[in-house]
Design a protein around this ligand. Structure first.
Ligand code: DQA
Length: 147
């Protein structure tokens, strides 16, 4: 099934649990709430966005390949825990030539040391951390601004 939107959102493992997962860290909005909020902003800004979530590293890589093949140009990605471990997702993004913005709901730098390293940051156009789910909306504004 085609994805066909120039700006694509990808959420990685356990972000499907938003709303009930450690709400003191990630807040009480569900992923559906966050996606609806981004969709509302996208429609206000006159751009099309797509949404994808997976708990599987391979499925995220496959999705990135499909996005690029279908002409997406920018990705907003919260790779969850794969942020800290996945060379495969970083390679998939770099290998397709899409521009990407990395988002984290929590301030990963104020948390455990293993969350301080990201395989995705060096190649990212921007990184937004620690402003809660607002980061997803800020990332959309950054994508639209970049054109
Ligand atoms: C996260 C931070 C990661 O360290 C964690 O594994 C997540 C969520 C965030 O949005 O703050 O799953 O990416």
């Amino acid at each position: 099934m085609p994805i066909t939107a120039p700006i694509a959102y990808i959420n990685g493992p356990n972000l499907n649990l938003l709303g009930t997962r450690e709400p003191e860290i990630y807040g009480s909005e569900t992923l559906a709430d966050v996606e609806a909020k981004v969709a509302r902003l996208a429609s206000k800004l006159g751009v099309a966005v797509s949404f994808f979530q997976s708990n599987s590293e391979g499925a995220i890589c496959d999705h990135i390949h499909q996005l690029a093949a279908e002409g997406a140009t920018q990705v907003v990605i919260n790779a969850g825990a794969y942020t800290h471990t996945s060379v495969a997702i970083a390679d998939a993004l770099a290998g397709t030539g899409m521009r990407w913005i990395e988002v984290h709901i929590s301030n990963v730098y104020a948390r455990e040391a293993f969350r301080h390293h990201s395989t995705l940051s060096a190649g990212a156009a921007g990184v937004i951390v620690g402003v809660g789910t607002l980061g997803y909306e800020l990332a959309l504004r950054a994508c639209v601004d970049a054109g």
